[in-house]
Design a protein around this ligand. Structure first.
Ligand code: ZN
Length: 91
């Protein structure tokens, strides 16, 4: 089934998939409404795709930042040691 709405009175309508492109009269206002090719579902898929993409990107960013923190952590602790050693040898 394809869900769509009447452009005249905004009544939610439904039509079987094989009625795509055909014009049906609106049961409320009588306007001739063409059955769209599942455009409402397409919008849902686009929204889902965007949300999914953002989640995947966020997950990847989290993984990369954790990796970067680990790499920086080891590097900075080494730097800290060398700084501490130079301070210790200086005084
Ligand atoms: Zn209508």
């Amino acid at each position: 089934m394809i869900g769509y709405s009447c452009p005249q009175c905004r009544t939610p309508l439904q039509a079987p998939d094989d009625r795509v492109g055909t014009t049906n009269p609106c049961p409320r206002c009588g306007a001739a409404v063409q059955v769209p090719a599942a455009s409402s579902n397409k919008t849902l898929f686009i929204v889902l795709g965007v949300v999914g993409g953002v989640i995947v990107l966020g997950f990847m960013f989290c993984c990369l930042s954790v990796l970067a923190i680990q790499l920086l952590g080891t590097n900075s602790s080494k730097m800290f040691q060398t700084v501490a050693e130079s301070i210790g040898s200086g005084s």
